[in-house]
Write a protein that binds this ligand. Sequence first.
Ligand SMILES: Cc1cc2nc3c(=O)[nH]c(=O)nc-3n(C[C@H](O)[C@H](O)[C@H](O)COP(=O)(O)O)c2cc1C
Length: 197
Amino acid sequence: MQSSSQQPALSPHGDVERPLIPEAFRGFMSSYFTGVAIITSVDGDGRPHGLTCNSLTSVTLSPPTLLICLDERSGTLSAVRSCAGFVVNLLHAGGRRAAEVFASTKPDRFDQVTWERSARTGLPWLVEDTHAMAECVLADIKVVGDHAVVFGTVVNVEIGAGSPLLYGSRTFTGAPELDARSGGGISSRRREASVAP
Ligand SMILES: Cc1cc2nc3c(=O)[nH]c(=O)nc-3n(C[C@H](O)[C@H](O)[C@H](O)COP(=O)(O)O)c2cc1C
């Protein structure tokens, strides 16, 4: 009997090493629905940067670590590299406009949203458009092709109300069964908390 290390891993038909064409890969990934985040950071001059991002994944609980994949040409990635930290702003269903603004190439993205400096790292976070946020300290960066896989250690979270904005089939949408609870955000939960008995 062959041991598993002696068995071929693949049974190739044709040129198995040839990568799929990008359009087919995009089509495959477009059927994978995700939440939508805006990643925010600051550059060496303290200027805020941010981009819309759906490549967010939890990596491990110990230490609490997440990853995002950023285009090597991204201005936000340069900021993350220079200040060694970033904030993950999870958008609620009412945050669609912010998602569109931060997916654009406009230089004035932060003029079009309400934002504050976060408590722990002092990085920008979008108080009105998010239902949750995580402050991260840069842990590692691995470059794969034309993207950087950015690992962050989570040092603080704020969790509020509201259902998430989703992205799939190249479209933004609300979570179907949660639509009635959309909107709200962290600041509204703070307001609710401040009037609670
Ligand atoms: C739903 C959605 C998800 C996106 N996810 C990512 C992502 O994970 N990584 C990335 O580099 N760009 C992503 N983008 C594209 C960026 O938001 C966009 O290129 C942005 O203008 C980059 O800004 P910057 O160069 O100032 O950082 C996404 C766009 C959309 C609409």
